[in-house]
Structures are given as structure tokens and as C-alpha cells.
Write a protein that binds this ligand. Structure first.
Ligand code: NAD
Ligand code: UDP
Length: 333
């Protein structure tokens, strides 16, 4: 533990990233108040910390409000608010488009109001999707993006663009100490096996004997970041004192870029080189390329990702194998 013990409210605590962040913050000696409504997260991720003396959980839809009152848990004023609640995988946010827009809009405002009331910094989990189908490559934070405002992905992309806009408005208008990260494709243990993202789909398919589904010609690219690298970057930005903080967005991603076909080949090598790869139609508005420019994160935080794709995937596959050995207990919506 490098900093004094803090009280941190984290929305989206039962999600994939939220669970890893909770684990790290508790290990660093902080108190974590998780808030989630399980729209895309898993009660099992809350159960992981249920017995930890410094973990509290509030089941709530943050679009309706965040029912936290100082005094509720021993009188703590919040030291940080981290806003991570939002469906994140394309099948999830396309299943819940209104809820996704609302959590980006109302949910972000409720998180900002809470931070304002407590005099706490707010850190917003934004996304590389604010760049849309980018025409600048790799993507620096200064790029304004190329987003279809009414396409299938717009409920997510525009929700996050609005979330950034209202976060900057609270910073400029109310002086809230806000920080914004733009997360690029992140993977690791505790992803929901049924979340429909390429990492979970392909690992699940490979473990089941294939075939692996590559959408389109597979020449579209993504850059995959292992979750503990992301958590290191989040904690480094959260820990920056206000005087040193940058309120502009900070990309957090691994610049190691793969075509989706190459990615499928890596999964195949890791699990079974004999597996077939088949092609299925490319979804509408699927970004052709994505790779972070991480110059700002490196300069500001001294942060660079350290886990390469093969190592991260090996760990993820091991966990999927372990899960498959245990009877499935995934909750339904
Ligand atoms: P996830 O779906 O696993 O986690 C999101 C959590 O938010 C879930 O537990 C869900 O139940 C909760 N949630 C959603 N709406 C809510 C609401 N209205 N009230 C309370 N809880 C709510 O997704 P994730 O991959 O862990 O993503 C976490 C955050 O990081 C999201 O904001 C996402 O947009 C952002 N992000 C993730 C990635 C990635 O690659 N995983 C990339 C870019 C940005
Ligand atoms: N994809 C794929 N096969 C799958 C799932 C996804 O080829 O089974 C592709 C998808 O079309 C996209 C890329 O993999 O080009 C990454 O998709 P994902 O849903 O993981 O995240 P995105 O970056 O698109 O939000």
C-alpha cells in the first residue's frame, strides 16, 4: 500500500473491470463501497468480497440515483468516486440501449453530484469508442472521433461522449476535480463467458471444439489490454494529487495491435491448432482499426502495459477452464 487508506465509491463494482478494481483497492487498504444493479454484472463478483471487512455493497440503479449517505457506513465522507457502471459489450449495450444511454447521462450526473457534495475527485470510465470508426491511427486523445450518431453502436458511443461532456462541465462550472480515462479493449479472468465479445466468444468456442467465428474478413484491428495493466493505470491516475492531475482524457490501452484473424490464430495456437476458423457477417459500424496512442499516460503516470497478449490469454484461458470444471452458476438478467 502506497497511500493513506481512503473511502472509495465505485459504480459498476459487480462488472468485469469493477471486480478487479475492487480487489486491488481492498488490497491497497482502502474501503470500497460498490454500487451495481447487475444489468450486465454478476452477483458472484460481489460475493467475492462479501466477507471483506472494508467492502460494502449497495444494490441500486445509478441512473435513478446513488443512495449513499455519509454516516451510512461509519460516517465516511467519500475520498473518491469512480464511475464504471455501464453495459460495455456490444451485445449487452445493444440489448439495453436506453439503459446504456441513461447510465451514461443520468448515472454520470448522479456520480458527479455525489463527488461534488463530498468534495471528492471523480474518475469516469470512458472508452476508445468515443473515437468511433477512427480515421486517425493510432488514436491520440486530441482526436475528436468519427462516430455514427444514430447507428447500432451510438447508444454506447454517444452515451460516453455525453458522459465526458457533462464531466467536463462539472469540472469547469463547479470546479470538481475530474479525471477521464478512455479504456481500449480489455480482457482477463471474470469476463462473463456469454458477453459476446471476441475474447470470450473465441475462447469459449475453442474450448468447446470450435469453430472460431471471425466477423467479416478479419482484417479489422483491435489492441488488447490485460485487466491488471488497466487497473495499474486507473490507480496511478486516481492517486495523482489534484495539483498534478490532468483533467483531459487519458488513453489506457495496450498499443500491441492485431487483426481479428491474427487474434483468432493466437487463440487457436493456445488451445488447439486443429480448430477451424469460419467467417460470419461483419456487424454494422464495426470500427476498422483501433490502437491507442499512450504518450500521455506514459508521460503523466509513467505507465505502460506489461502483460503481453500470449501471457494474458493463457491466464484467461486457465480461468475459463477452471470455470468449466465447476457447474455454471451464471445469473440470468
Ligand atoms: P461490465 O458489463 O462487466 O461491468 C459494468 C457493470 O456496471 C456491471 O456490473 C453492470 O451491472 C453495472 N451497471 C450498468 N448499468 C448500471 C446502472 N444503471 N446502475 C448500476 N450498475 C450498473 O463491463 P466492463 O467491461 O467491466 O466495463 C466497465 C466500464 O469500463 C464500463 O463503463 C465500460 O464502458 C468501460 N469500458 C470497458 C472496456 C472493456 O474492454 N471491458 C473498454 C472501454 C470502456
Ligand atoms: N468479433 C469477431 N468474432 C466474434 C466476436 C467479435 O470477429 O465472435 C469481432 C468484432 O466484429 C470486432 C472485434 O471482433 O471487429 C472486437 O469485437 P468486440 O465485440 O470484442 O469489441 P469491440 O471492440 O467491437 O467493441
Amino acid at each position: 500500500m502506497t497511500t493513506a487508506s481512503k473511502t472509495i465509491l465505485l459504480t459498476g463494482s459487480a462488472g468485469f473491470i469493477g471486480s478487479h478494481l475492487t480487489e486491488r483497492l481492498l488490497a491497497d487498504g482502502h474501503t470500497v463501497i460498490g454500487v451495481d444493479n447487475y444489468i450486465s454484472g454478476q452477483p458472484a463478483n460481489t460475493a467475492l468480497f462479501a466477507d471483506h471487512p472494508n467492502f460494502r455493497f449497495i444494490r441500486a440503479d445509478v441512473s435513478e440515483g446513488i443512495p449513499y449517505k455519509a454516516g451510512a457506513f461509519g460516517g465516511q465522507t467519500l475520498d473518491h468516486v469512480l464511475h464504471f457502471a455501464s453495459p460495455a459489450s456490444p451485445p449487452h449495450y445493444q440489448q439495453f440501449p436506453i439503459e446504456t444511454l441513461m447510465v451514461g447521462a443520468q448515472g454520470t450526473q448522479h456520480a458527479l453530484e455525489l463527488a461534488h457534495a463530498h468534495g471528492a475527485p471523480l474518475l469516469l470510465a470512458s472508452t476508445s469508442e468515443v473515437y468511433g470508426d477512427p480515421q486517425v491511427h493510432p488514436q491520440p486523445e486530441s482526436y475528436w472521433g468519427h462516430v455514427n450518431p444514430n447507428g447500432l453502436r451510438s447508444c454506447y458511443d454517444e452515451a460516453k461522449r455525453y458522459a465526458e461532456a457533462i464531466t467536463f462541465a462539472y469540472h469547469r462550472h463547479h470546479g470538481v476535480d475530474t479525471r477521464v480515462i478512455r479504456i481500449f479493449n480489455t480482457y482477463g479472468p471474470r469476463m462473463r463467458p456469454d458477453d459476446g465479445r471476441v475474447v470470450t466468444n473465441l475462447i469459449g468456442q475453442a474450448l468447446a471444439g470450435g469453430p472460431l467465428t471471425v466477423y467479416g474478413d478479419g482484417q479489422q484491428t483491435r489492441s488488447f489490454q490485460y485487466v491488471t495493466d488497466l487497473v495499474d493505470g486507473i490507480v496511478a491516475l486516481m492517486d495523482l494529487p489534484e495539483a498534478a492531475a490532468v483533467h483531459d482524457p487519458v488513453n489506457l490501452g495496450n498499443p500491441d495491435e492485431y487483426t481479428i484473424l491474427q487474434f483468432a490464430q493466437v487463440i487457436r495456437e493456445l488451445i488447439d491448432p486443429g480448430l477451424a476458423i469460419i467467417h460470419e457477417p461483419l456487424p454494422a459500424d464495426d470500427p476498422r482499426q483501433r490502437k491507442p496512442d499512450i504518450t500521455r499516460a506514459r508521460a503523466l503516470l509513467g505507465w505502460v502495459p506489461t502483460v503481453d497478449l500470449h501471457t494474458g490469454l493463457r491466464r484467461t484461458v486457465e480461468e475459463f477452464r477452471r470455470q468449466a470444471a465447476v457447474p455454471a452458476t451464471l445469473p440470468q438478467q
